[in-house]
Design a protein around this ligand. Structure first.
Ligand code: CA
Length: 228
């Protein structure tokens, strides 16, 4: 346990206390904000490694907080949304929002811990310089940099990881289950539509740069493939 710092933005004190107790027991450092404004301020002051963000907050809601965090240059901190409603999932994972993961209330501490660990592992330093080139795409995982036709693709950490996975095996089908395991890093409790949402976002972003070039192929009912 590296003593990573987690910023919790949550207005419900009992949830805050529950999480603080359990996460500190696991060796994490905690910072807590009870609303979005304070959360944004604490983010700059505390420089957390991960953010747990409640969707329903007084004043500025979780969607807006997420958007503002994401709009900061060079932002790569994983955000896990806490939500009471599973029908918010598309919005949460969507382009304008850019959360990396979500967990539906009520959640088990064990499940939350698994997701926190997976998110931190994914974004932690790899210590190796690596560049992947596939036709017009260039990935530099160390810097979370993705260039498509020479232009920067602004991706969330999960989108980046998914694109990285596809590019690592050009021509090979990546099933949605495999993507969940490799990118999300645990047995996912949600459904495979999470993968579809992320693929859609990646495609949208690539299309904005070059609508003619569509290197990610869909194999209906199976998964996705980077064309050979
Ligand atoms: Ca709340």
């Amino acid at each position: 346990m590296g003593g990573e710092k987690i910023l919790l933005i949550e207005d419900e004190k009992n949830i805050m206390e529950l999480l603080q107790y359990n996460l500190e027991k696991e060796g994490y450092k905690m910072a807590w904000a009870a609303d979005g404004q304070q959360g944004l301020k604490l983010f700059s002051d505390e420089k957390p490694d991960l953010i747990l963000l409640d969707l329903m907050l007084p004043g500025m809601d979780g969607l807006e907080v997420c958007r503002r965090l994401r709009s900061q240059a060079g932002f790569t901190v994983p955000i896990i949304m806490l939500t009471a409603r599973s029908d918010e999932v598309d919005k949460i994972l969507g382009l304008e929002m850019g959360a990396d993961d979500y967990i539906t209330k009520p959640f088990s501490i064990r499940e939350l811990l698994a997701r926190i660990k997976a998110s931190l592992r994914r974004t932690g330093p790899t210590g190796e310089e690596e560049i992947i080139r596939r036709e017009a795409l260039e990935l530099k995982p160390e810097q979370y940099l993705a260039l498509f036709h020479g232009q920067k693709l602004t991706l969330t950490p999960k989108e980046f990881a998914l694109l990285y996975l596809l590019c690592s095996y050009p021509g090979r089908v990546i099933t949605r289950e495999e993507a969940l395991q490799k990118v999300w890093g645990y047995e996912y409790y949600g459904d495979t539509r999470t993968v579809d949402v992320h693929i859609r976002q990646i495609r949208n972003k690539m299309e904005q740069i070059n609508p003619e070039d569509t290197p990610i192929e869909t194999l209906r009912g199976i998964g996705y493939r980077w064309r050979r």
